[in-house]
Ligand binder design. Structure first.
Ligand code: HEC
Length: 275
């Protein structure tokens, strides 16, 4: 074997070794204190043709509103967003009725006083707490705002899988994590133990239990289903224009392919007599 062949072989072996050690199976514990690696879920909004499952994000909103919003804020969400295209798409009437169920702080009025009034579609979704300190004092830790949570968290799959994720444009790490987190309370005796939370101890006690949210469309009332639905809803909140972006991307690609074909035909025609 000559020197170059040997070098090549060594490099190939090193790469293979790195690949073998780097590719961790999902849900395997890693010992760097980051919690388990979430496993991948199949999401309707993944891939180049992905779109939100409207019934699912509607249910997800129900879970968010009845459970998560007791503690968490969603500063970027206005009621009217809930009727916009590409999301839960509630009717404008439904959104008006929903907003009216909330009391919104407004003001000051002519007398310089703040006052409460019925919510309107243009209002932002209100937070249950007046400020972060109040939430911290009650809950022991600050519940992070959920507006962009589905994109703010991620997990590493190590080399070489993270390269593959970049190539296939896998963008669902965040929702995989939220789903895993909500299902990660594995110790019934310790409701603050979570397998997927860094360090394993989370200030958010297990927020979901079977049967807690009353679905009216016949979907299973299980923690798994709630988590899947609310994670999808969080993904929509984090990227309300996801469908539009994917449609545009597809149109651009289709155009480029068509354009390349036309260019090729033009080239053939122009050079047809040149031989
Ligand atoms: C009783 C209050 C409460 C409820 C209800 C609640 N949370 Fe939390 N949540 C918290 C607190 C407090 C934290 C901060 C935990 C910490 O830092 O240890 C948190 C943290 C989180 C995190 C961030 C974890 C991380 O990686 O930092 C996510 C995601 C989350 N909650 C999602 C949800 C969802 C989705 C729901 C509804 C199904 C929900 N929470 C319901 C209080 C709550």
């Amino acid at each position: 074997m000559n020197r170059f062949a040997k070098l090549g072989l060594a490099a190939a072996l090193a790469l293979g070794l790195a690949a073998a050690t780097g590719a961790r199976a999902a849900d395997e514990p890693n010992n760097d204190g980051h919690g388990l690696t979430p496993s991948r879920q199949s999401w309707s909004f993944a891939g180049p043709f992905g779109a939100f499952d409207q019934a699912q994000v509607q249910r997800g909103f129900q879970v968010f509103r009845e459970v998560c919003a007791v503690c968490h804020s969603a500063r970027n969400l206005s009621f009217r967003n809930l009727s916009q295209e590409g999301g839960p798409e509630f009717t404008e009437g439904q959104v008006k009725a929903l907003a009216a169920e909330y009391q919104i702080k407004d003001g000051p009025n002519d007398a310089g006083e703040m006052f409460e009034r019925q919510g309107r579609p243009a209002d932002r979704f209100p937070w249950n707490y007046p400020n972060a300190e109040a939430a911290k004092a009650t809950l022991g830790a600050l519940p992070p705002d959920l507006s962009v949570m589905a994109k703010a968290r991620s997990y590493s799959r190590g080399f070489p899988m993270f390269l593959l994720d970049a190539v296939i444009q896998y963008q669902e790490h965040g929702v995989d994590y939220v789903y895993a987190l909500l299902n990660g309370y594995s110790n019934p005796k310790d409701l603050n133990h979570n397998d997927y939370f860094p360090g394993g101890k989370i200030a958010m006690a297990k927020p979901l239990t079977d049967g807690q949210v009353d679905y009216t469309d016949g979907s299973p009332k299980t923690v798994q289903q709630y988590s899947k639905d609310v994670s999808s809803f969080l993904m929509w909140m984090a990227e309300p224009k996801l469908e539009e972006r994917k449609h545009t991307g597809f149109k651009v690609m289709a155009f480029l392919i068509l354009f390349a074909g036309l260019l090729y035909l033009t080239k053939k025609k122009i050079w047809a007599d040149a031989h």
